[in-house]
Design a protein around this ligand. Structure first.
Ligand SMILES: Nc1ncnc2c1ncn2[C@@H]1O[C@H](COP(=O)(O)OP(=O)(O)O)[C@@H](O)[C@H]1O
Ligand SMILES: [Mg+2]
Length: 262
C-alpha cells in the first residue's frame, strides 16, 4: 500500500508547492517510487515539473470519470519527470470546476480516496498531494485519503494564526472520514534565522504543538526563486542548502512512517 501525504495550508504563498516538489524528489532520491498529484487549479506544481498541455487527461478528468462512473483502462494521465525521477498528474484551471462535480457524488469527501485505492496508484511507495490554498471539498478529499499531512508555515505571524484553523479541520476529519489521519509535521518555511520574528514564530509553534514541528526549518534563500525559473527541484541542485534541508525533512518523514508501522 502506498503512503499518501498531503501538503496543506489554506493560506497561499507559504511554500506548499515547493515543499511538495522537494519532498517528492527527495523520496525518489532515496529510492522510493513516487507519484506527485497537483491538486491546485493554479497548476504550479505541474509547471515546476515541466508540464505543457498535451491533450491528455489531467487530474480533473480522473475525478470526473470517477464521479460519473465512466472509467477507462488507460493510465495516460500519469506523466514522468525523469530528471526528478517522479511520476506526476498535472492540474489546470479545469480543476476549479471539479469542486461542484465532487459535491454531486454520494460520498463527496471520498472520491479521491476511491481513485487512489486502485491500480496503478497502489503500486507507489509514496503519493504526494499538493493542495490548493483552501479547505474546500477538494482539500477535504485530500485529507480524507491521506495517511499523514505536512503543514508548511511561513515564518511570519499571520501564517502562525492560520495553523489553528487547519488543526480544527484536521480534528473534524479525524472524528469523521479519516480517524487514522496523522500529522507528519509542521514545517517552518522561509525561515530567517537572524530575525526575531522567525524565531518567535518557531517558538510559538513548538509551544502550541509540541512534538509536531519538524526538527529543522527551511531557510529563506533566493535559490528557491531560481528553482521556480529553472523548473527543477532543489534536491537535485548541487550545493543547494534548501535541498539539504528538504532531504532532512524526508528522512524524518520516513523515520516517522517506520515508527507508525511498528
Ligand atoms: N525557502 C524559501 N525561500 C525563499 N522563497 C521561497 C521559499 N519557499 C518558497 N519561496 C517562494 O515563495 C513563493 C510561494 O511558494 P509556493 O511553494 O508556491 O507556496 P504555496 O504553494 O503555498 O502557494 C514562491 O515564489 C517561492 O519561490
Ligand atoms: Mg501552491
Amino acid at each position: 500500500m502506498s503512503k499518501i501525504i498531503a501538503i496543506v495550508n489554506q493560506k497561499g504563498g507559504v511554500g506548499k508547492t515547493i515543499t511538495a516538489l522537494n519532498i517528492s524528489a527527495g523520496l525518489a532520491k532515496v529510492g522510493m517510487k513516487v507519484l506527485a498529484i497537483d491538486l491546485d487549479p493554479q497548476g504550479n506544481l505541474s509547471d515546476y515539473l515541466g508540464y505543457v498541455p498535451d491533450g491528455k487527461p489531467t487530474i480533473s478528468e480522473v475525478i470526473f470519470q470517477e464521479v460519473s462512473g465512466v472509467r477507462t483502462d488507460s493510465f495516460d494521465f500519469i506523466r514522468r519527470n525523469s530528471e526528478e525521477k517522479i511520476d506526476y498528474i498535472p492540474a489546470n484551471k479545469l480543476l476549479a470546476g471539479m469542486v461542484s462535480i465532487l459535491g454531486s457524488d454520494n460520498d463527496s469527501q471520498e472520491v479521491i480516496k476511491r481513485i487512489l485505492s486502485r491500480e496503478p496508484f497502489t503500486s507507489y511507495d509514496y503519493i504526494i498531494l499538493d493542495c490548493k490554498p483552501s479547505l474546500d471539498l477538494l482539500v477535504c478529499n485530500a485529507l480524507a485519503t491521506s495517511n499523514s499531512l505536512v503543514i508548511p508555515v511561513q515564518a511570519e505571524l499571520f501564517s502562525y494564526n492560520a495553523v489553528a484553523e487547519v488543526m480544527q479541520t484536521i480534528a473534524k476529519m479525524k472524528s469523521s472520514a479519516n480517524p487514522d489521519l496523522n500529522i507528519a509535521g509542521i514545517l517552518v518555511t522561509m525561515f530567517r534565522k537572524q530575525t526575531s520574528l522567525s524565531n518567535e514564530v518557531l517558538e510559538a509553534l513548538n509551544e502550541s504543538y509540541p512534538g509536531l514541528v519538524f526538527d529543522n526549518q527551511i531557510s529563506f534563500l533566493s535559490e528557491a526563486g531560481k528553482s521556480t525559473c529553472t523548473h527543477s527541484s532543489l534536491i537535485n541542485l548541487k550545493g543547494s542548502r534548501i535541498g539539504q534541508e528538504y532531504l532532512s525533512v524526508v528522512e524524518q518523514l520516513i523515520a516517522k512512517d517506520g515508527a507508525n508501522n511498528g
